[in-house]
Design a protein around this ligand. Structure first.
Ligand SMILES: [Zn+2]
Length: 395
């Protein structure tokens, strides 16, 4: 799919830059994945979740602090871009520091004496100061193998974000919002995650298509775990599956879920001259077929939308839904366990939000049950998609 190609080009650029900058003799196409087994503690209580969360925050903040010192030329070289949009980079850095500072304060509420990764000072600026000097010499030895691995992952993840910021707003994405009708997931309460699945529906099991049955199996995995999710369906395959079945069959398929639009076809809605028609026709089809499951929500393919789309979407009562945790389940080079470990580390780092998965691909249906089991004792909530305020009407 075009989706994979576009994201892979960006990733490859990042990895080439990393290999050059660190002289690591790595395959340039190899994704950098955290190895959660290096974390020496069970993550099986809210306090244990907080400890692992503080550690990831400090590891990421250290990489962010180091990158803050890079000049425009150094950033261009590191991100292998020709022209970095520095105001966009600055806005992103500012936002990341704010999120990290807030998250670190929340994750430190459970701190008791001698608890690892806790602040020595209540000063909000403590995180930035501590992040600069954060290193393996300052943490208990049993966490040192984890940090060597986590630092490598968090640096590559930071570069993903900086690359998105570097080309924004020229080529926009989930890295920043344009107006208050856009929801990236930061507003969810601490420890609450909304699962979202894009690019479906696939053909049903038994069809000759390679992806056949993936939507059905993803839905079954969610129901087995008693959670619901938001699906962002593409109009064309939705219409095809409806044509081959019935409204009743489609209602049964998505029963208990929320279904919004991912456009009529999978293309950038920032450049398509038909973007309004694409949203309107796909939303109407989903609404008419699934009156109960329909969510007045649009997820733009690749996160790309016209910067001024808010006026149209607000008038239609449709919210634009982005994400703040990209599982990378779209990356065919990743194994199920790798998608799982990347998602785990990002959930610890951001502590809440909207997780991007795809029912089109076969990985999420295996990853989600493992995440649910992993977080079962950590006080984490899976957001009820019916409780989300999708519609946005107003000036
Ligand atoms: Zn998509």
């Amino acid at each position: 799919m075009i989706f994979i190609c576009a994201r892979k080009i960006a990733l490859t650029a990042i990895l080439v830059a990393l290999a050059a900058a660190t002289s690591i003799a790595a395959d340039a196409t190899e994704a950098i994945i955290p190895h959660r087994a290096l974390w020496p503690d069970p993550v099986a209580s809210p306090a244990a979740f907080d400890r692992a969360s503080r550690a990831e925050i400090l590891a990421f903040a250290h990489e962010l602090a180091e990158s803050d010192a890079l000049t425009e030329a150094a950033l261009n070289a590191r991100l292998t871009t020709d022209a970095v949009d520095m105001p966009s980079i600055e806005r992103t850095r500012h936002k990341l520091w704010k999120l990290l500072t807030d998250n670190y304060a929340i994750a430190s509420r459970s701190c008791v004496a001698a608890e690892p990764f806790c602040p020595d000072s209540p000063d909000p600026e403590y995180l930035r100061r501590e992040a600069i000097v954060f290193s393996s010499t300052r943490i208990p030895s049993r966490y040192q193998p984890w940090l060597a691995d986590a630092a490598r992952f968090q640096r590559s993840y930071l570069d993903e974000l900086l690359l998105l910021a570097a080309v924004m707003p020229h080529r926009n994405s989930e890295i920043a919002i344009f107006n208050d009708n856009e929801m990236p997931g930061w507003d969810l309460p601490d420890r609450e995650f909304l699962l979202t699945f894009d690019d479906g529906p696939t053909r049903p099991a038994g069809d000759e298509a390679l992806e056949a049955g993936n939507t059905d199996r993803t839905l079954a995995a969610l129901r087995d775990n008693h959670i619901n999710a938001a699906f962002f369906a593409i109009g064309e395959p939705f219409a095809a599956r409806l044509r081959d079945s019935s409204s009743e069959a489609m209602q049964t398929l998505y029963s208990g879920m929320c279904v919004g639009s991912h456009g009529w076809v999978h293309e950038s809605h920032a450049t398509s001259p038909r973007w309004k028609e694409s949203i309107a026709s796909s939303s109407k089809l989903i609404h008419d077929t699934l009156p109960e499951a329909y969510a007045p929500a649009f997820r733009p393919p690749y996160g790309q939308r016209p910067p001024d789309s808010g006026t149209y979407l607000k008038a239609q009562g449709v919210k634009l839904i982005l994400w703040n945790i990209d599982s990378h389940d779209w990356d065919d080079s990743l194994k199920i366990a790798e998608v799982e470990q990347r998602t785990m580390s990002l959930m610890l780092l951001w502590r809440r939000g909207i997780v991007l998965f795809h029912d089109y691909f076969p990985r999420a249906q295996k990853v989600v049950p493992r995440l649910v089991a992993w977080l079962a004792q950590d006080g984490v909530t899976w957001a009820d998609c019916h409780g989300i305020n999708w519609s946005h009407r107003g000036p």
